[in-house]
Design a protein around this ligand. Sequence first.
Ligand code: NAD
Length: 352
Amino acid sequence: MLDFTYVAQPSRVVFAKGSLASVASEVEALGCSRALVLCTPPQRDQAEAVAKLLGPLSAGVFDGAQMHVPIENARKAREHAAEVGADCCIAIGGGSTVGLGKAIAMESPLPIIAIPTTYAGSEMTPVYGITENGVKRTGKDPAVLPKTVLYDPDLSSTLPVGMSIVSGMNAIAHAAEGLYARDGNPVMSLLAEEGIRALAKGMKGIVVTADDAEARGDCLYGAWLCGTVLGHVGMALHHKLCHTLGGSFNLPHAETHTIVLPHALAYNAPAAPEAMARIARAIGAEDGPLGLHELAKQLGAPTALKDLGVEEKDLDKACEIALSNPYWNPRPIEAAPLRALLQRAWEGAPPA
Ligand code: NAD
């Protein structure tokens, strides 16, 4: 007998090729009339195109989004939003840009319309992160959950193949950990398995033809499902380990997830056999963790922490930091197997 509590996170999701064109009506549907468009500097052109579509509903473009949301950028963005009299924000980009929108929404009640162009999934979660003095603080607040999400597969087709694959693996990580979450439920498990399946299929298509519309659509659909799982249930060893490694050694977010995932799953496999079976089924492999390692290799993704610049001598320290902050995990976290996990992830060896 399965016991669970399911609480839905309310948001409006519009998923369609070309849905960007409806951005003005989505602003009006929220009762807003001055939308500030947020982006990173390289995505300025895409943001300008959104501002043009908005016409008189645009309050301009702010291109100060940056990885890990430095507090200084969040402050500048909040000041700018107040100066131009914005009554909502449109975040076009990946997790960093959605993160900046959330940083604004934390302090002022501006609703967010998210237009994701990667597969990170932040648009479906009430989780925010802000970095101050080199430390990333994360928390949950329903006020930062985007009110509307426009998924337009055309927009992700400009994401370079290498970034698309690591971003897709990052999304799979949310679903994989959602399958053994302490607060998991059957609805999220269905979404998780389907999200992994869609992403694995889509990523195989993208490496053949980068702008294959169907493959891009599959990946974005998978990203939505995996992001939804991340927004509804708690994560465990894999996400905590990536957070620790990323923060301590300044590693790129999606690449770190891609490398660590098969190893973290192998660690948890004895305590979560049903989750592993569902992952294996979703990717068409005999074994979930090994299948994901093989999939990453097949797609040309990085598989070794040493290739991200981590030095072998840092692994003891990484292990120590990961052990210093206890958290729930399906299998107890112990020093020796954790250190062995890190060694294999560093070498790029198959998970065991
Ligand atoms: P990102 O947002 O940092 O984007 C990486 C780079 O790719 C940026 O320069 C961006 O402008 C560019 N880019 C994005 N889409 C593009 C496209 N279609 N074409 C060309 N270039 C494009 O990377 P990300 O992996 O999406 O997000 C990572 C960040 O999001 C991390 O800080 C992570 O912690 C956070 N995150 C938060 C949550 C949450 O729930 N709060 C969930 C997932 C990720």
